[in-house]
Design a protein around this ligand. Structure first.
Ligand SMILES: Nc1ncnc2c1ncn2[C@@H]1O[C@H](COP(=O)(O)OP(=O)(O)OP(=O)(O)O)[C@@H](O)[C@H]1O
Ligand SMILES: [Mg+2]
Length: 431
């Protein structure tokens, strides 16, 4: 008969690594001396090893807690630059997410913590705020990064095809099902499934989804066979799901199940201070994509772009910049804006000279205004031509015009002209 530890391994005594190692050693020597084990002995050993495992877990938990507490700096630098830098230092994958807005950084920090877990994440935010991009960020920062990321737009799937789309079907399951087909869940096995516009999922679909989330199994339409799926769920919505669930339009249990971790993305109205940076970022991106120099924005176009409300958020801003970059020559003006957002007076004057219009493209109301507008326009054209000729070197332009350099900088700022836009251009002839 072998000797088995008679002390309960998982007692109320103080836990220490030394005590644990001793217990593990006794277990090991017991096992070494054993030729064969009877069932009750196996079970006893299993209980003991489970107890040991629990103790190790507790210790590691305690240790992590102590380490974290010790590492807690007395004063954490919460400035946006530092927060982004800290994410970078921790090798966070941004997937092209740009911006330092505190609400955006908070969303990224939540994403960072959620990514390595398999917990469901619910992302909400207005249209075009980057929900899909954020889902990709979560995927890219987790252990499933090299596995599939499967995106499903719940709104775009007709109700009668929803089940087959999500869970697949077998041949003959319905008219038109000419062969077996995998659904999105199976395709996302081991990876991430992104359920976009989840608020649009019909109630019947919600019930089926809930069942899959609970059982982690699917059944292809027409089949009795269950298939285990291991897909991490990230859902997104531009609706207020809590309100929808209160109104009975979205299942409350599904809402809670999906929203274990909730990430809210800020609208562009809440990040207005970042619009200049975003204009520059997407301007450069568009220029690269279109293989051309970044277009120079007239001051009135720039003013418009800084004050516009962007109901379509970053997507709209990005699209506008791409459009401008594509349609404009070297210089982009109000007329290059999409017609539905262009200031009304521009449509009729689009092909006329900009001289004589005010900053928003409307006709001046007095002779004084007209003179001022003309003078502003002449000033801007002079500066742009000058910068073009000197390849964007402000000091050189100041020297040539016999102007004070800081005054010149003030004028450039007033017109929203960036000297760097004129670098790498072949000087000599005016734009
Ligand atoms: N912070 C950001 N930095 C850089 N690009 C961004 C950012 N947020 C969004 N974008 C870009 O804006 C566009 C729209 O983003 P995305 O499709 O993720 O938005 P969405 O919230 O899913 O929109 P919708 O609700 O209309 O589906 C994409 O081209 C995306 O790359
Ligand atoms: Mg989307």
């Amino acid at each position: 008969m072998i000797q088995i530890l008679d002390q309960p391994v998982h007692g109320g005594s103080a836990i220490s690594y030394a005590g644990l190692i001793e217990k593990i050693e006794i277990l090991r020597s017991t096992l070494r001396r054993t030729a064969s084990l009877e069932r009750p002995e196996i079970e006893k050993l299993l209980r003991q090893s489970n107890g040991l495992r629990d103790e190790v877990l507790q210790l590691s938990h305690k240790e992590r807690f102590v380490t974290a507490a010790a590492a807690e700096p007395t004063r954490v630098d919460r400035s946006p630059g530092h927060r982004r830098q800290a994410l970078l230092a921790r090798s966070f994958v941004f997937e092209g997410t740009f911006g330092d807005n505190p609400k955006l950084l908070e969303a990224l920090e939540i994403a960072e913590k959620a990514a390595p877990t398999d917990l469901p994440v619910l992302i909400d935010g207005e249209s075009g705020t980057g929900k899909e991009l954020m889902a990709k960020v979560i995927h890219a920062n987790g252990a499933r990064a090299d596995k599939p990321f499967i995106s499903v737009n719940c709104w775009a799937i007709p109700e009668n095809l929803l089940e087959s789309e999500l869970f697949g079907h077998i041949k003959g399951a319905f008219t038109g099902a000419s062969s077996d087909r995998k659904g999105k869940f199976e395709s996302a096995h081991k990876g991430t499934i992104f359920l976009d516009e989840i608020g649009e999922l019909p109630l019947a679909g919600q019930v089926k989804l809930l069942r899959v989330l609970e059982s982690r199994e699917i059944q292809r339409v027409g089949s009795d066979q269950t298939i285990a799926v291991d897909a991490r769920i990230v859902a997104a919505t531009n609706k207020n799901l809590r309100r929808l669930s209160e109104e009975g339009k979205f299942r409350e249990d599904l809402f809670y199940r999906l929203g274990v971790i909730h990430v809210t993305l800020p609208s562009l109205r809440e990040r207005k201070d970042e619009i200049p940076l975003l204009l520059e970022y997407f301007g450069d991106e568009a220029a690269e994509a279109l293989k051309r120099r970044p277009a120079i924005l007239t001051s009135r176009l720039r003013e418009f772009l800084l004050s516009y409300s962007y109901p379509g958020n970053i997507r709209e801003l990005r699209n506008v910049i791409y459009r401008i970059s594509c349609l404009a020559g070297d210089k982009a003006d109000l007329e290059h804006l999409p017609a539905d957002i262009r200031p009304a007076s521009v449509a009729s004057t689009a092909h006329h000279s900009a001289v004589g219009e005010d900053a928003h493209g409307s006709s001046p109301s007095s002779l004084g205004d007209a003179k001022r507008a003309a003078s502003d326009e002449a000033e801007r054209a002079f500066l742009e031509r000058g910068l073009h000729e000197v390849g964007g070197t402000v000091a050189e332009l100041a020297r040539r015009c016999d102007m004070n350099r800081s005054h010149l900088q003030v004028l450039l700022k007033k017109h929203g002209i960036r000297s760097k836009d004129f670098r790498n251009q072949t000087g000599g002839s005016p734009p």
